[in-house]
Design a binder for this molecule. Structure first.
Ligand code: 2DT
Ligand code: MG
Length: 220
């Protein structure tokens, strides 16, 4: 139908909860059902900003906040550039074209992981992303940290320790206390297909509802 906007659907959760797998499966299923749907991910490690973040995560650089965090926020905000790949038009434009965007991590990961460091308050970390397009659905893939670690074990990246993941999870839980956001917690300990079925049903409902209402702004 002409003029129907797409929905902004975000997947969040601790590392190894299945965000990337489920995001890809959701886009495929929505497209197969006749929707126009595309995948975005933050960070996209092949882009310049993604490479900066990767070098921080791989402990090859120390400078996080100015070089990486703020740039990732402005990447999400930009109306001209898109992280995947850099030349594509961005979130608002796609949504207004009727394309549903499935996003593998968004501002919530930025805030949860940055504020899990020492000396960064949650509210302060929210500022760069305030006013971004507000998701119509935020799926939180819930998984015990022990179970997440058992899925593959941690690598050598900066955030891949139990203590850090625990702090990031606490920050996610604080963010989920915000009832003005459309959080839906999904039990990610089940099979890939079961988890997919639930996310897909939530997404179909969200796409119908989003077409009837204007896009909101995050944290305003
Ligand atoms: P993966 O490539 O495994 O998804 O890990 N992060 C993410 C930030 O520090 N800031 C952000 O804005 C976002 C979206 C969380 C990527 C890591 O990058 C962190 C995990
Ligand atoms: Mg991932």
């Amino acid at each position: 139908m002409a003029g129907r906007r797409g929905a902004l659907i975000v997947l969040e959760g601790v590392d190894r909860a299945g965000k990337s797998t489920q995001s890809r499966k959701l886009v495929d299923a929505l497209c197969a059902a006749g929707h126009r749907a595309e995948l975005l991910r933050f960070p996209e490690r092949s882009t310049e900003i993604g490479k900066l973040l990767a070098s921080y995560l791989e402990k090859k650089s120390e400078d996080y906040f100015e070089t990486v965090s703020v740039k990732l926020s402005s990447c999400r905000r930009s109306t001209r550039t898109c992280p995947v790949p850099t030349s594509r038009p961005l979130i608002k434009e796609k949504l207004s074209q009727g394309i549903t965007l499935v996003v593998d991590r968004y501002a919530f990961s930025g805030v949860a992981f940055t504020s899990a460091k020492e000396n960064f308050s949650l509210d302060w970390c929210k500022q760069p992303d305030t006013g971004l397009p507000k998701p119509d659905l935020v799926v939180f893939l819930e998984l015990q940290l022990a179970e997440a670690a058992a899925r593959g074990g941690f690598g050598l990246e900066r955030y891949e320790s139990g203590a850090f993941q625990q702090r990031a999870l606490q920050r996610f839980q604080q963010l989920m206390g915000d009832v003005t956001l459309p959080w839906k917690t999904v039990d990610a300990s089940r099979s890939i297909e079961d988890v997919h079925g639930e996310i897909r049903a939530l997404s179909e409902d969200t796409i119908q509802a989003a077409a009837q209402k204007p896009l909101g702004e995050l944290w305003t």
